[in-house]
Design a protein around this ligand. Structure first.
Ligand code: SF4
Length: 302
C-alpha cells in the first residue's frame, strides 16, 4: 500500500498556526498470516459453501467482507455434522484434538493456521516432550491460547505476576507466549518467574511473532514524534489492544477506531501531530481511509 508517510500541512508564516501533521508508522497493519488466511477463505468460498470455525480475524470490516461472500460461522468445538461445506481453521490455530476431530469427520478442511502460530505449537510440544510443564503467557480464553493449551490439561495460562505466584515452588516449566503479546511484558514475566521460583528450572522459547515485534517497535518511534495516536483495528483484536495500551503508556493520547467514520474532528483540536498505526488484522483500505480522513480533518482545522 502506498501512502505518503508524512503529509506536510504546514502553511508556515509568522504567527500562523501550524496545521496538524499526519504520520504513518513504519510498520503497521495486516500481516502475512492474516492476508494468507483471507485469501484461502475467499478461494474456498468461490468453490462452494464454507464455515469458518471462529472469527477468522478480529476485525468487524473483515467480518462484513466474509458475510458478503457467504462464509458461515461455526465454532471449533461444535458438532462437525452441524457445519456446512468446507471448514476453515483460522490463522489463530487449533489444538491437535480439535484438528483430528474435524479431519476425521470427512469434511474438507482448509487450515489457515499462521506458520508462526504453528511454530509456537511446535515449541510447546517440544518442551512438553522434554518433560517441562507447559506455561503460556497470554490472555486466558483467547482463541490462540485455547489452541496452544488445548492438548495439555496440565498447562497454565499466565496473564500476570499473580498467576506466577500461584505456581508450585518446585518443578520444570516450559514457557512460550501468545504470538501477539508485547515482548517486554513476556520478558518481564519470565524474569519474575525465574526470580520468584529459584528452585524451578525454567526454559523459555520466544514465540512473539516478528510482525508483532515490528509493529510494537514502530509504535515507540511514532510516539516520539506524535502527541496523538490513532490505532486502527477491531475492539477484540489482541494486538490492536496492545498497541493502544502501549501508546498510552508511552504518554501519547490514543484512540482505537475500527473504520474512518468513527474519527471525531473534536478529538484533534489543538493537536500538532497525529500518528497512525493498525493491528495485524486491519485491511489496507481501512488504514488508507483513516489516513485520508485525518488529512481532511487536518485541513478543516487548519
Ligand atoms: S499476528 Fe503474527 S502469528 Fe498472528 S497471523 Fe499475523 S504473523 Fe501470524
Amino acid at each position: 500500500m502506498k501512502i505518503r508517510k508524512t503529509t506536510r500541512l504546514d502553511r508556515g508564516g509568522a504567527g500562523r498556526r501550524r496545521r496538524m501533521r499526519v504520520r504513518l508508522a513504519s510498520h503497521y497493519g495486516m500481516c502475512f498470516g492474516v492476508r494468507d488466511a483471507l485469501r484461502a477463505t475467499h478461494a474456498a468460498a468461490a468453490e462452494g459453501p464454507v464455515t469458518v470455525l471462529g472469527q477468522l480475524v478480529h476485525n468487524p470490516v473483515v467480518d462484513e467482507d466474509l458475510e458478503r461472500i457467504g462464509a458461515g460461522r461455526g465454532e471449533p468445538d461444535a458438532d462437525p455434522g452441524a457445519a456446512e461445506g468446507a471448514v476453515v481453521f483460522t490463522a489463530h490455530g487449533v489444538s491437535d484434538r480439535v484438528r483430528r476431530r474435524w479431519q476425521g469427520s470427512g469434511r474438507r478442511v482448509v487450515d489457515t493456521t499462521c506458520p508462526l502460530v504453528a511454530k509456537a505449537h511446535t515449541a510447546l510440544a517440544g518442551l512438553v516432550g522434554a518433560g517441562y510443564r507447559p506455561l503460556v503467557i497470554g490472555h486466558r480464553g483467547h482463541v490462540e491460547v485455547d489452541g496452544l493449551v488445548g492438548d495439555y490439561p496440565e498447562a497454565v495460562v499466565i496473564e500476570s505476576f499473580r498467576d506466577v505466584l500461584r505456581l508450585p515452588s518446585e518443578g520444570r516449566f516450559g514457557v512460550v507466549s501468545q504470538t501477539t503479546q508485547p515482548r517486554d511484558r513476556v520478558a518481564q514475566l519470565v524474569e519474575q518467574l525465574r526470580r520468584s521460583r529459584p528452585g524451578c528450572e525454567v526454559k523459555f522459547v520466544d514465540t512473539v511473532c516478528q510482525p508483532t515485534k515490528d509493529r510494537q517497535a514502530a509504535l515507540v518511534e511514532l510516539c516520539r514524534e506524535c502527541e496523538f495516536v490513532v490505532v486502527v483495528g477491531g475492539p477484540n483484536s489482541n494486538n490492536t489492544g496492545e498497541l493502544l495500551g502501549r501508546a498510552r503508556s508511552l504518554g501519547a493520547r490514543a484512540v482505537r477506531v475500527s473504520r474512518p467514520d468513527e474519527l471525531r474532528r473534536r478529538w484533534f483540536r489543538g493537536v500538532a501531530s497525529v500518528g497512525v498505526t493498525a493491528g495485524t488484522s486491519t485491511l489496507d483500505e481501512t488504514v488508507r481511509g483513516v489516513f485520508d480522513r485525518l488529512q481532511r480533518i487536518a485541513a478543516d482545522l487548519g
